[in-house]
Design a binder for this molecule. Structure first.
Ligand SMILES: *[C@@H]1O[C@H](CO)[C@@H](O)[C@H](O)[C@H]1NC(C)=O
Ligand SMILES: *[C@@H]1O[C@H](CO)[C@@H](O)[C@H](O)[C@H]1NC(C)=O
Ligand SMILES: *[C@@H]1O[C@H](CO)[C@@H](O)[C@H](O)[C@H]1NC(C)=O
Ligand SMILES: *[C@@H]1O[C@H](CO)[C@@H](O)[C@H](O)[C@H]1NC(C)=O
Ligand SMILES: [Cu+2]
Length: 669
C-alpha cells in the first residue's frame, strides 16, 4: 500500500525530450518519455485544464493486436504496427478511457466507464490524502490526546474495498497513521483507534473516528539500518562475488535480451511492472527460433488481512490494480539487490499530471551461478573405466522489486539453458502490525487475529495471492491445455505380484470450464501443447507448469473480498485469448464488485482447444506471522516453473560446453 516517500526521494522531472521518430522502436517497447509527454499534450488539448478537473490515473502502451505483432515478427520492414497509448483519466469526476494514436497525434477513441470500480490510485492521490490529517483539527486533537508529537506522525492511504454496499460509493481511501519518533520502521508503530475517510475527488476528510486509545508499540527493537544497529552482530562472512572476467554472456539491444539460446523482450507497465514478451528459444536441432511465451506478467496481487476490528476489516488489498505493481517498483541497489555483473534498466511512468517520471535501475539482468549442477553422471559400472561428466547450472535472471508500502516483493524471471522459465517471488520487508494493549501471550483471552510479536505488537494473519497472466504460445499460438492425471490402478488379477501401479490419463480441455484446476487434491501434470506439432516420436510438443507448493483461499466464497478475488478460487484457469482481458481482478479494481474479472470471462465457456489460449496461475501464501518476521522479515519465496515437455527431441543441454574456468590461484583442483 501507499508509496508516499517515492516522489520526494528520487523522481526526476524530465526536461529533455528526445524527439526522434526515425529510430526503429520495438512495437512492444513501453512508452518513451517523449511519447508520455505527447499523450499528455494531446489529452490536455481535448480537455483543457482551465475548464476540467483532469488527472491521469494510468498511461501505458495500447499494445498492437497480436496478429499484427506476429506478422511484424515475420517481416519487420513492412506494416509497422500502430503506436498507441491507453489512458485512464479522471475527467470531471468520471473515469474516461482514451486511446491516443502517436503517429496520427490524435485521440482515436474515448469511452466513459460508469461501473462501480475506480482506477489505480495515483501517487499524488495518496500523497495529498496523507497530508490532510495534519490540518484537520479533530485528528490533531487526537494526537495531542495521545501525547504524541504531530511532527513525528506519518500517514498512509488504504483502499476501502467493498462490503456489500448497493449504491455506488465515492472514490475514496481510508487514512491511517504511524509514529516514527526514534525509528524509521514506521509500520511497527501504528497509531491505532483513529480512522479517517478521504474523498479523493474533493480531497477532503469526510469521516473521522477515534474509538480507543491503544498503546503505540515502542521504537526500541524496530531498527533495521546497519548504521544504527548496535552490537552484538552476527559473524560476518568472507568476501564473495561471481566473477565474469570476459563480461556477461547476454546482450541487451534496446529492450531485447539475448542469452544462450533464448531471446525475449522486457517492458514496463505502471500496473503490471515487469513484462516479458516474445520469449523464444533457438532449437539447434531444428535450426529455428521457437516461440514459447507471447507475454507474461503479474496480473493481480490480493492481500486480505484477517482482522475484523473497525480499523482493519477493510484491508483486503489488490496491490496491482489499486496501487500499481509497477508504480511501486523501486530502484535496485547495485551489489546488494543484484550481483556485480548485473546490467540495470531505467523505466518511466506517467504521474498524475500525465508527464513522465523516471525510476532508475528498476530492472536488473544478470547471470546466476550459485554452485548448482545442471546435469551430471559418474559411471563406475564399466570395469576398468570411470566416466564423470558434470555441467554447472548458469541461468539468466531478470529482477524487479516492488515495494508496496510495508511489503517488498522481489520478482525474478529466470531462464535456464535447458529451456525452463522459473518464476519466483520473494516476500520481505515489514509486516502490517496492529497495536495492542498486550505485552505477553498469557494476557490474551480474545481472538487477536494474529501473533504477539513484540510488546503491544500483533502481526496480523493475512494472505498474499499473486496471479500471473501467462500467454504461452508453444511453437505458435494454437495451443491446447492437457491435464495429465496420474491415477492409481489396482491389480486384481494374477498378471503381476504387485497390487498396484499408477498410470497417466491425459484429458484435453475443450472449453473454459475444463480449464479451471484446483491443485492439491489430485496429482496431475499441467501441459500446454501445440496439437498441430509433434516430435519425431509422435508426442505433442509442449511445456508444463510445475507449481511449487499449492495455496488455496480460506475465505468463504460469499465473502465480499473473495467475490472480488474470485481468481483465487482456482489455482489455474485457462481462457481464450482476448487482448483486453489482462487483469484477473478486473480493470477497475479499486472498490470492484466482481462483475468484471477472470471468473466472469471464464464463465463465457469459450472453446480453448487448439486455440490461442491464456493461462492464469495463482500462487499464494497464508501468512501466519512469527517472531522472526519482526522487525523486518527475512525473504520467504514461492514460485513455479514452465518446463519443456516433449518440446525438444532430447536433452537440449547435452551439448552445452562448460564455461572456461576462471583462474583462481588459491583453488587447488
Ligand atoms: C528486424 O528484423 C531484423 C532481421 O531479422 C533484425 O535484425 C532487427 O533487429 C529487427 N528489428 C527490430 C526492431 O526488432
Ligand atoms: C474541480 O473540482 C472541484 C471539486 O469538485 C471544483 O470545486 C472545481 O470547480 C472543479 N474545477 C473545474 C475547472 O471544473
Ligand atoms: C474481449 O473481452 C472484453 C472484456 O471482457 C469483452 O467486452 C469483449 O466482448 C471480448 N471480445 C471477444 C471477441 O470475446
Ligand atoms: C461448457 O461447455 C461444455 C461444452 O459445450 C459443456 O459440457 C459444459 O457443461 C459447459 N460448462 C458450463 C459451466 O456451462
Ligand atoms: Cu505476509
Amino acid at each position: 500500500m501507499a508509496a508516499t516517500f517515492k516522489t520526494i526521494v528520487f523522481y526526476f522531472f524530465l526536461h529533455i525530450f528526445f524527439v526522434s521518430f526515425s529510430h526503429q522502436y520495438h512495437p512492444l517497447d513501453s512508452l518513451t518519455p517523449s511519447e508520455f509527454s505527447q499523450v499528455q499534450t494531446i489529452v490536455i488539448k481535448a480537455y483543457p485544464i482551465s475548464n476540467h478537473n483532469l488527472t491521469f490515473q494510468y498511461v501505458g502502451l495500447e499494445e498492437p493486436s497480436k496478429p499484427l505483432i506476429l506478422s511484424w515478427l515475420k517481416d519487420n520492414t513492412t506494416a509497422n504496427p500502430p503506436r498507441q497509448a491507453f489512458v485512464i483519466a479522471r475527467i470531471d469526476h468520471q473515469s474516461h478511457e482514451i486511446i491516443v494514436d502517436l503517429l496520427q497525434q490524435s485521440i482515436i477513441s474515448t469511452q466513459i466507464y460508469d461501473g462501480y470500480g475506480y482506477p489505480t490510485l495515483s501517487i499524488d492521490d495518496q500523497e495529498r490524502a496523507n497530508k490532510l490529517p495534519f490540518t484537520y483539527p479533530p485528528f490533531v486533537a487526537s494526537i495531542r490526546n495521545r501525547e504524541l508529537k504531530l511532527e513525528e506522525v506519518v500517514c498512509q492511504s488504504f483502499t476501502v474495498g467493498w462490503f456489500g454496499e448497493k449504491k455506488k460509493s465515492k472514490r475514496m481511501v481510508k487514512v491511517m497513521c504511524y509514529y516514527s519518533d526514534g525509528t524509521v520502521n514506521i509500520y511497527m508503530r501504528p497509531i491505532e483507534g483513529i480512522t479517517m475517510k478521504v474523498d479523493l475527488e474533493e480531497m477532503k476528510i469526510i469521516a473521522f473516528s477515534d474509538r480507543a486509545i491503544v498503546p503505540v508499540p515502542k521504537a526500541e527493537g524496530t531498527e533495521y539500518r546497519e548504521s544504527e544497529l548496535k552490537p552484538p552482530f552476527s559473524p560476518s562472512l568472507n568476501r564473495i562475488t561471481v566473477v565474469q572476467p570476459d563480461g556477461p554472456s547476454f546482450t541487451v539491444d534496446g529492450h531485447k535480451i539475448r542469452w544462450a539460446d533464448w531471446e525475449f523482450h522486457v517492458s514496463f507497465d505502471a500496473r503490471a511492472g515487469l513484462i516479458i514478451s516474445l520469449a523464444s528459444i533457438y532449437d539447434p536441432e531444428r535450426q529455428e527460433l521457437r516461440r514459447v511465451m507471447y507475454k507474461a506478467h503479474v496480473s493481480e496481487l490480493f492481500v486480505p488481512y484477517m482482522d475484523l476490528t473497525n480499523e482493519w476489516y477493510y484491508r483486503t488489498f489488490f496491490d496491482a490494480g489499486e496501487y500499481g505493481y509497477g508504480l511501486c517498483a523501486m530502484p535496485l541497489q547495485p551489489l546488494r539487490d543484484c550481483p556485480a555483473t548485473a546490467v540495470f534498466l531505467d523505466v518511466y511512468f506517467a504521474a498524475q499530471d500525465g508527464l513522465p517520471r523516471k525510476i532508475p535501475n528498476v530492472f536488473c539482468i544478470f547471470e546466476r551461478y550459485a554452485g548448482d549442477v545442471m546435469w551430471r553422471h559418474t559411471e563406475v559400472g564399466i570395469p576398468g573405466k570411470m566416466v564423470r561428466e558434470v555441467r554447472q547450472e548458469v541461468t539468466l535472471v531478470v529482477r524487479m522489486v516492488s515495494t508496496i508500502g510495508n511489503y517488498d516483493y522481489i520478482n525474478d524471471w529466470e531462464f535456464t539453458q535447458s529451456g525452463s522459465i522459473k518464476v519466483t517471488v520473494g516476500l520481505t520487508g515489514l509486516l502490517a502490525v496492529r497495536g495492542t494493549k498486550y505485552t505477553h501471550k498469557e494476557q490474551i483471552e480474545e481472538d487477536v487475529y494474529g501473533t504477539l510479536l513484540a510488546q503491544n505488537t500483533i502481526g496480523v494473519h493475512h494472505d498474499h495471492f499473486l496471479n500471473y497472466r501467462l500467454d504461452l504460445d508453444v511453437d505458435d499460438d494454437a495451443n491446447s491445455f492437457v491435464k495429465s492425471k496420474l491415477g492409481t490402478v489396482k491389480i486384481k488379477d494374477q498378471r503381476s505380484p504387485r497390487k498396484s501401479y499408477w498410470k497417466v490419463d491425459s484429458q484435453t480441455a475443450k472449453t473454459e470450464s475444463d480449464g479451471r484446476v484446483k491443485l492439491g487434491s489430485e496429482s496431475a501434470d499441467l501441459l500446454f501443447v501445440n496439437p498441430n506439432k509433434k516430435t519425431k516420436m509422435g508426442n505433442l510438443v509442449g511445456y508444463r507448469l510445475i507449481p511449487e507448493g499449492v495455496t488455496s483461499p480460506l475465505l468463504s466464497y460469499d465473502d465480499y473480498p473473495q467475490i472480488r478475488a474470485e481468481f483465487t478460487n482456482y489455482n489455474v484457469w485457462v481462457t481464450a485469448y482476448n487482448k483486453s482481458e489482462k487483469w484477473a481482478g478486473g480493470l477497475y479494481t479499486d472498490q470492484s464488485r466482481g462483475d468484471d474479472n477472470l471468473a466472469v470471462w471464464s464463465n463465457r465457456n469459450r472453446s480453448i482447444e487448439n486455440k490461442d489460449i491464456v493461462t492464469w496461475y495463482t500462487l499464494g501464501f497464508h501468512h501466519v506471522p512469527y517472531q522472526e518476521d519482526f522487525p523486518l522479515m527475512p525473504t520467504l519465496k514461492g514460485g513455479f516453473e514452465l518446463r519443456p515437455s516433449n518440446f525438444f527431441e532430447s536433452n537440449p543441454v547435452l551439448k552445452v560446453k562448460p564455461p572456461k574456468d576462471v583462474n583462481m590461484t588459491h583453488i587447488v583442483l
